[in-house]
Structures are given as structure tokens and as C-alpha cells.
Ligand binder design. Structure first.
Ligand SMILES: O=P(O)(O)OC[C@H]1O[C@H](O)[C@H](O)[C@@H](O)[C@@H]1O
Length: 328
């Protein structure tokens, strides 16, 4: 394993050259943390490979994390970016995943930290190179607890990569079928974005998308006519945006707050976006959701592949990713 140890370590110094700015890194107590020389940071729990913090250079947190979230491995984390795999919600009628708990086992399994790497890029607007750091995590059937293994007895391998840039975070999941038979999966990056005040937020990029409304039962597919979505009550929708045929024609989802773009979410090979806000009653009903009025400060924009199943033949792999960007 790369970079194991309890003390912070440094990356990216090249022998013989002037010292380069370095990424500070620690892998301690079930958490992996990386900080760019310019101050941006990310923190990932090995439990669920859950991103629990993403901060900009000023230390402003970009993700919402419940004050009552369990970070001790006793329950899926309420906030940050839990990983949903291999089933979204529950699927009592889908034989392969019917025994699994809500949202599967990836978010409640202990992942392995596989290593870190840095890379440099020079943005068009600057001559100075920016560093980014990528953290890789793995989970395979061999690493599952016996309960999850008995409920989903397939040989698989997952690699989850979390890449921190100056003004972006990319999370990417690769699922491989290591079995000798096919299996079906759903994948979702259940991202809790932090906002200042949900009443001044609008979401663009979902106009003319079809969606299924899950509030009060699953609705037949509908089409969103408004170009902007605002939130003034419980929202739980599975959208299928109208992307073009090529990967470059993906329609980004933007979160605008007070007239300013706060986040831009670009999906790679993920055809759905779940939009979720529990609002008053649901938040009250969730024991680990604190403060109870925290629904005013969060919005889940969850890229995924969940409206059908990805069937992976023996030896096949599926990869999906999101990049969340912000500007100051
Ligand atoms: O409470 P959880 O299992 O974490 O699920 C939280 C939420 O996840 C997704 O956004 C689903 O669309 C919601 O229906 C669900 O309530």
C-alpha cells in the first residue's frame, strides 16, 4: 500500500529541481486527507469511501454533512458523498439485488486506500501550473463482510477515484465484473451540496428532461417544462436529462444561488441525475439529520445510472464519473 502511516507526508518534490509546492497528505484513523499547496482540501472516510469534506482555498466547505452523521462505521454517512452501489433505493422485484438494504453495500463497507498521485496542469487563464491530487480507493468481493457477500454473491472489483483540483472535485467509479456470469448494477454519486439558503437556489440544465417523481410514491414519467427548478418543498426526482449522443454533449446541471452560479456538475457516462431535498417532515423523520432545519442548507444533486440496470458480462467493466466545479 502506498503512503501508509500516521504522519502527514509531502508529495511532488523532484530531486535536483527547486522545491515545488507540495500536497500535504495524511492517512490516519480510517480517513485520508489531502491539502493542495494553495489550501484546497478533501477528506475521505474509508468507511464507504465517503467524501466527508471538500473545502476551497479559503476553508469554505462545499459539501453538507449532518451534525449527527455517524462517522464511526455504524451507519451510512448522512452527508458528504456516499456511494450508492449496486442498487439505488431497494429493488424487491429485481432478484439479484432484492435482498440488499437501501442503496446497497458500498456506502457501508470498509474500503481500502490504494494510493495517491499528483498531476500538474496550466489553466488557460494563467501561466502558473496548478496541482491536483487523485486518491484511489478499492473494494472487491473479497473485502466484503459476510452479510453483504451472502446477499450479493458476485465477484466484483470497484475502484473509486477522488480528484481534488483548485476549483473542482471529480469522483469516478469503475465497476468490473470478475465473475464468470453476468450481473446487473446501478451506481449513484449521492452528493450533498452545501448552499446558504435553499429559497434562493435554482437549478438549471434539467429543462425538457424527463423525470420520475418519488414524493408520495413513484409517478409515471413526466417532462419538466420550466428551464429552472426551484425548491420550496420536499423534492425527490430521478431525472434523465436530454444529453446529446457524444460524451461532450452532456448538459451540465448548475446550481445557481442568489443569481450566481455556485456549482456546475458535469456527468461522464451517467445518464441520470437525482435531485433530493427532504424538507421539513422527512428531515424530522431522519434521526441522523441535524440540525433539523439543515434542509435549508443542502441540496442533493446525484449523478448516476439508476433508471435501468447496467448489465456487466463476465470480464466487463463500467465507468461513471462526475466533476463538480465552482468559482469564487
Ligand atoms: O436515507 P437514505 O437511505 O440515505 O436515502 C436518502 C435519499 O436518497 C436518494 O436521494 C433517494 O432518491 C431518496 O428517496 C432517499 O430518501
Amino acid at each position: 500500500m502506498v503512503g501508509k502511516g500516521n504522519k502527514p507526508s509531502m508529495l511532488a518534490s523532484t530531486p535536483g529541481l527547486a522545491p515545488q509546492p507540495q500536497v500535504t497528505f495524511s492517512d490516519d484513523n480510517g480517513r485520508v486527507t489531502a491539502v493542495l499547496p494553495t489550501g484546497e482540501s478533501v477528506e475521505v472516510l474509508l468507511y464507504g469511501a465517503t467524501v466527508i469534506s471538500w473545502k476551497d482555498k479559503n476553508g469554505d466547505e462545499k459539501l453538507w454533512l449532518s451534525k449527527a452523521a455517524k462517522l464511526d462505521g455504524s451507519k451510512a454517512v448522512r452527508g458528504g458523498i456516499p456511494l450508492v452501489f449496486p442498487v439505488f433505493g431497494t429493488a424487491p422485484d429485481h432478484e439479484q439485488t432484492s435482498k440488499l438494504p437501501q442503496h446497497g453495500f458500498a456506502r457501508t463497507s470498509r474500503w481500502e486506500f490504494l494510493g495517491k498521485s499528483t498531476s500538474e496542469s496550466t489553466p488557460a487563464s494563467s501561466t502558473a501550473a496548478d496541482l491536483s491530487v487523485k486518491l484511489d480507493f478499492g473494494l472487491s468481493s473479497a473485502g466484503l463482510d459476510s452479510d453483504a457477500k451472502s446477499k450479493w454473491p458476485y465477484a466484483f472489483n470497484l475502484i473509486y477515484s477522488v480528484t481534488l483540483g483548485r476549483e473542482s472535485l471529480t469522483t469516478s467509479l469503475v465497476v468490473s465484473n470478475d465473475d464468470d456470469k453476468p450481473f446487473d448494477v446501478q451506481v449513484l454519486l449521492h452528493t450533498y451540496l452545501r448552499v446558504k439558503d435553499i429559497s434562493s437556489v435554482s437549478i438549471t440544465g434539467l429543462g425538457s428532461a424527463t423525470y420520475i417523481d418519488k414524493v408520495g410514491g413513484v409517478s409515471p414519467p413526466q417532462t419538466q417544462s420550466a428551464s429552472e427548478l426551484t425548491i420550496s418543498g420536499e423534492v425527490d426526482r430521478v431525472y434523465t436529462p436530454k444529453d446529446g449522443a457524444s460524451p461532450t454533449e452532456v448538459v451540465p446541471v448548475t446550481v445557481v444561488e442568489g443569481g450566481k452560479t455556485k456549482f456546475t456538475v458535469v456527468r461522464d457516462n451517467l445518464s441520470n441525475v437525482v435531485v433530493w431535498n427532504p424538507w421539513v417532515d422527512k428531515a424530522n423523520g431522519l434521526g441522523d439529520f441535524e440540525p433539523k432545519d439543515g434542509y435549508k442548507n443542502m441540496l442533493c444533486i446525484e449523478p448516476g445510472s439508476v433508471s435501468g440496470w447496467q448489465t456487466l458480462e463476465a470480464g466487463d467493466a463500467f465507468e461513471g464519473a462526475q466533476t463538480i466545479s465552482f468559482s469564487y
